[in-house]
Design a protein. Structure first.
Length: 168
């Protein structure tokens, strides 16, 4: 497995719509492995395929609080509540912003074995699911800022602190 290059704004690939995966073949499993390596290598909480330049509907998430999640063709079927949260993105390095996210979400998709799964999530996992699924439609968290002035440049931080930021 290998780490992949993470595309950053204003790379147009981040604004394109990803395509449904029809068959889970070796190339999909290969990409999953490389995306996991890339996410952990960047100390990220989640990664969507378009961030590594691949327009497939595939996301990986590991909040370190719950089991890692790999979802193929994910979609949100239910959103409950709303709350304000801070958010960052590996494709928008050096920034953090305040956005509105659901309190909990229900998501449907396939696991790597092609079995349909349904996930009910709240807190950071719900935030990560919304964020990564947005990437599949070319949507970035900066599109959800509670107001345009709620985007903050992060001052250079010691590595240990940097890792605690939610980079999605
Ligand atoms: Ni992101």
């Amino acid at each position: 497995m290998a780490t992949l290059q993470i595309h950053v704004v204003p790379d147009p690939v981040l604004r394109q719509k990803a395509k449904r995966i029809r068959y889970i073949d070796r190339s999909v499993h290969h990409l999953i492995g490389n995306m996991m390596d890339t996410m952990y290598g960047a100390s990220g909480v989640g990664l969507a395929a378009p961030q590594v330049g691949v327009l497939w509907r595939l996301i990986v998430i590991d909040t370190r609080e719950e089991e890692a999640i790999i979802l193929i063709n994910p979609g949100i079927v239910k959103r409950l509540g709303s709350r304000m949260v801070n958010e960052g993105c590996l494709s928008i390095p050096g920034y953090e912003g305040e956005v509105t996210r659901a309190v909990s979400v229900t998501v449907k998709g396939w696991n790597p074995q092609g079995k349909e799964v349904r996930i009910k999530a709240s807190n950071l996992l719900a935030q990560a699911l919304e964020h990564e699924i947005d990437h599949l439609s070319g949507v970035l968290y900066t599109d959800h800022l509670i107001s345009p002035d709620r985007l903050y440049r992060l001052s250079p931080q010691p590595a240990a602190f940097k890792q605690s930021l939610a980079s999605l």
